[in-house]
Design a protein around this ligand. Structure first.
Ligand code: 5AD
Ligand code: SF4
Length: 472
């Protein structure tokens, strides 16, 4: 479900805002009223939406300290990389970025590595890239102001690597990238122990944020003009309210949707084990809850699921799918799949391909298995050769492409409420998302639609999205 046309940068940053109490100002701005101007920072983010949102909060911390955000590392006195280590390739990107600085004489700029690679590699980063002076994992972000103070005082080796915490990262100021849709992390870390996954190590144990504080922030966001809220967590539906109110996840969804001004509520990522019927009931009862569930399966073979320590069999997963398909509303289902897990046979892989046919997913994110440090599967035998992983990935993606093409063609003639998020460079062409999270490119003569909700009639389809025209 990728974007089918490029959007001009201004569409995403033009109205983007800094959420401070009841004010809203543009992004990448000097915020001298928040502190003494200290310098400039450049922040590049890799990886998932959780990282994107962490970066929005880190930017908020820096702006409050009197820094100004700039768009290039050359113009920055503080350069930060918020990193991802979910697969080897993602982790390597950071070292290639850091390598770029190694080629230059030290010119006094401060360089910091944040996020999952920071946690995974720890102080080794100082050995591989001695010009780095800050290494901080996401579980230590609540200490970021103190750590920055140390860096500012000239300390060359500052670390925040404690990941056994019960704290969540909350900031008084968040510099959000999108002016209409706000990310909001409700649960951090992960208590599952999937054998391939580095996240429990890099992000620490599960910690849920109090429902009172979440609802307060949603209220503020609505007052600032945000109409869509996306609740985030590695296992978002494992949410456990730490307050006396003890709200269930489905109750929280309904309470967020009830806040005046909120028109759409999304949530990602759901874990099949904790996906219960009350979530489907909530989606049925409240149209503001988007009709889309991202439910990673990882494999269609119970044998492989067991080796992955996913805590469910294929049959149990299919029961969850049947539950979602049994809803009164039509709910889109997307998933994540890993091919080439150690010991995955041709038969196991055939079961995964056959699962695509059974479920007919609305979208699939598929990956080649990548061995990660600190994970149980690192020591498993029967590694699958890279070429074979590549062959399986291509096959799976071709199959899914066919399924999506048929699905999208069947939507021609339907009309969807679309939240307009981008203007194309082509005249009178816009792009937005349906509630079921499809990208739809459409024609409209109206001069200004960004951020609005309009009805769009589908007139054409591609494997990755829909095309249409604004309906009267
Ligand atoms: N190798 C390949 N893919 C992985 N994922 C997580 N860990 C790995 C790994 N070691 C995938 C899973 C997860 C998604 C975010 O990334 O499919 O759901
Ligand atoms: Fe990783 Fe599994 Fe936790 Fe998802 S549920 S973050 S795949 S350990």
């Amino acid at each position: 479900m990728s974007k089918t046309f490029d959007i001009g940068l201004e569409t995403l940053t033009g109205g983007a805002g800094l959420s401070i109490g009841a004010e809203k100002v543009g992004p990448a701005v000097e915020a001298p009223e928040l502190g003494t101007l200290r310098g400039t920072f450049f922040l590049e983010t890799f990886g998932c939406q959780m990282n994107d949102h962490d970066s929005e909060k880190v930017a908020g911390v820096l702006l409050s300290r009197g820094y100004r955000q700039v768009e290039s590392p050359d113009a920055a006195s503080l350069i930060l990389y918020n990193t991802c280590s979910i697969r080897e390739k993602a982790a390597q990107k950071v070292f290639s970025r850091l390598g770029e600085f190694g080629l230059q004489p030290n010119d006094g700029r401060i360089i910091g590595v944040l996020g999952c690679v920071a946690q995974q590699e720890g102080e080794n980063i100082f050995k591989r890239a001695p010009w780095v002076s800050l290494v901080c994992g996401s579980a230590s972000y609540s200490k970021l102001p103190e750590l920055l103070a140390q860096v500012e005082a000239g300390n060359q080796r500052v670390t925040g690597l404690d990941n056994d915490t019960d704290e969540t990262f909350e900031t008084p100021v968040t510099r959000r990238d999108n002016p209409w849709r706000a990310y909001l992390t409700i649960i951090e870390g992960c208590d599952k122990a999937c054998s391939y996954c580095v996240v429990p190590y890099t992000r620490g144990p599960e910690r849920s944020r109090g429902s009172d504080s979440i609802l307060r922030e949603v209220r503020e966001l609505a007052e600032l003009g945000y109409s869509e809220v996306q609740l985030l967590g590695q296992t978002v539906n494992s949410y456990k309210d730490p307050t006396a109110r003890k709200m269930k996840f489905s109750e929280l969804l309904l309470a967020v949707a009830d806040e005046p001004g909120i028109r759409r509520v999304r949530f990602t990522t759901s874990h099949p084990r904790d996906f219960s019927h009350d979530i489907v009931d909530a989606i049925d009862a409240q149209p503001k809850l988007c009709n889309h569930v991202h439910l990673p399966v990882q494999s269609g073979s119970t044998r492989v699921l067991h080796a992955m320590q996913r805590t469910y069999s294929l049959e149990e997963y299919l029961e969850k799918i049947a539950m979602i398909r049994g809803a009164k509303r039509s709910i889109s289902i997307t998933t994540d799949i890993i091919v080439g897990f150690p010991g995955e046979t041709d038969e196991d892989f055939a079961e995964t391909v056959s699962l695509l046919e059974t479920v007919k997913y609305d979208g699939v994110f598929s990956f080649k298995y990548s061995p990660r440090p600190h994970t149980p599967s690192l020591k498993m035998n029967d590694a699958i050769p890279e070429e074979e992983k590549g062959r399986r990935l291509t096959l799976l993606q071709e199959k899914q492409r066919e399924i999506q093409t048929i699905r999208h063609l069947s939507m021609v003639g339907e009309t969807f409420e679309t939240q307009v998020s981008a203007k194309s460079r082509r005249e009178n062409q816009w792009s937005g998302h349906t509630s079921c999270h499809r990208v739809i490119n459409f024609a409209s003569q109206e001069p200004m639609l960004l951020g609005k909700y309009v009805q769009v009639r589908v007139t054409g389809a591609t494997p990755n999205g829909l095309a249409g025209e604004q309906a009267p």
